[in-house]
Design a protein around this ligand. Structure first.
Ligand SMILES: NC(=O)c1ccc[n+]([C@@H]2O[C@H](COP(=O)([O-])OP(=O)(O)OC[C@H]3O[C@@H](n4cnc5c(N)ncnc54)[C@H](O)[C@@H]3O)[C@@H](O)[C@H]2O)c1
Length: 386
């Protein structure tokens, strides 16, 4: 019997569009799904570029206005991979059109917008997710299992850093990621949003924060993104950078743990240094995206004299998702995090539920982002609304 189809309409087809397209293509190859994802249409504004992208990435059709995807009755799911200022308008309209949604992070420009997106999704009864793909790294899933099963004991600390260095050249152009009216915040909403998501996933809700933010290069030539994290200067005029280059904050978790967080695009030598360490009463874990298959684990009940951090290569059947790919030791990569999250999305659509992380997580994440920004401005501790 043929499976129910999930016909996808994707908006934005560059960095995340490429990652999502690849995931939809590979998904049925690895997972036995209850539904059949169909790459129905993409939307972009440049007719020739969107036509080429559709052909290259394997989409059946294309539109030059994203609203057309919502009018089409052969689209079931809207995938939003455009800059942050567009998410709320697109997601609310998609929900009102009765389409399921996966939206890139951060969910919105601020918590007020994110709250409206959550309300619209709930009102429409559609399935929704936010693309915090790092939750779907097998090593992180396994860390979650160790924490939830009590192997690390009471959690006291989470220390997370997310460091990149791609904008350190002062001539690197003023792209959308550095303009507040388009991105909402800089490194904060881009990188820190991921660390906050991992903190909420692994340790729990944050209750209060105190933070600081700064911008090291305040003026840049006008430019645009050209794929991945590359960009080109398109104008010899300069414009003001009005978002943070770097951010740090301290936070308290509801369960009593303490959090220390830092994100920067000025961490020279760190290309995608997404890392954390969690310490509990009985053990600790450490993880680093640039070595993503490995989890460092310390357990206090190891024999005295043999104690120490061990490296677990999370590619065994026992590690979430790892078993669907290759034999143990045959590592996976960045793109597999997107295949895994799209698998959860398809499960959600098949079962009519919104898998985590969904818009409720995106909203709670945004409350923390907003609170850190407010704290940086006021130099006060800020309580996160419950
Ligand atoms: N999950 C992750 O790890 C991750 C990584 C990178 C980016 N992101 C998020 O994904 C989103 C997109 O980032 P990106 O890196 O793919 O950006 P990008 O600049 O590479 O691509 C953006 C795409 O959106 C299109 N676009 C812009 N405005 C549009 C509009 N009004 N209508 C239709 N298309 C429009 C552009 O033409 C382009 O195709 C952002 O929200 C970003 O924060 C998430």
């Amino acid at each position: 019997m043929s499976k129910r189809q999930v016909r996808i309409g994707m908006i934005g087809y560059r960095f995340m569009g490429k990652a999502h397209s690849h995931a939809y293509r590979d998904l049925p190859f690895y997972f036995d799904l209850d539904v059949e994802p169909v790459m129905q249409a993409i939307a972009g504004r440049d007719p020739e570029a969107v036509r080429q992208a559709a052909g290259k990435m394997g989409w059946k059709s294309y539109e030059t206005d994203w609203r057309r995807l919502l009018e089409r009755d052969d689209i079931d799911l809207i995938d939003i991979g455009t800059p942050n200022d567009t998410h709320a308008e697109m997601a609310i309209a998609a929900a009102e059109a009765g389409k399921h949604i996966i939206c890139e992070k951060p969910l919105a420009m601020n918590a007020e917008q994110a709250g409206r997106m959550l309300e619209a999704a709930n009102r429409a009864g559609i399935v929704h997710m936010i693309c915090h793909n790092y939750r779907f790294v097998p090593a992180i899933r396994y860390a979650k299992h160790l924490i939830d099963s009590g192997r690390l004991g009471t959690i006291y600390h989470m220390r997370a850093t997310y460091l990149q260095d791609w904008i350190m050249d002062p001539k690197f152009p003023l792209v959308w990621r550095l303009r507040k009216e388009v991105c909402g915040s800089g490194t904060h909403g881009d990188l820190m949003a991921h660390s906050i998501d991992l903190a909420r996933y692994l340790v729990g809700e944050l209750t209060e924060v105190t933070g600081m933010m700064d911008t090291f290069v305040k003026c840049r030539p006008i430019g645009e993104m050209s794929g991945g994290l590359n960009a080109q200067v398109v104008d010899d005029r300069y414009g003001e950078v009005d978002v943070d280059d770097a951010v740090a904050f301290l936070g308290r978790f509801a369960n009593g743990a303490l959090g220390v967080f830092e994100a920067s695009r000025f961490g020279k030598g760190n290309r995608n240094g997404n890392r954390f360490e969690i310490n509990g009463s009985k053990g600790s874990v450490r993880w680093d995206m640039e070595n993503m298959n490995n989890l460092q684990l310390y357990l206090d009940d190891d024999e005295k004299g043999m104690q120490g951090f061990r490296t677990i290569n999370c590619t065994e059947e026992a590690h979430p998702y790892a078993g669907v790919y290759w034999p143990a030791g045959h590592i996976i990569g960045y793109e597999h995090t997107f295949i895994n999250i799209m698998h959860e999305l398809m499960r959600g659509i098949a079962g009519n539920f919104s898998p985590e992380p969904n818009f409720a997580d995106g909203y709670r994440n945004q409350l923390v982002l907003d609170a850190v920004e407010r704290s940086a401005l006021t130099k006060q501790w800020v309580t996160i609304p419950t």
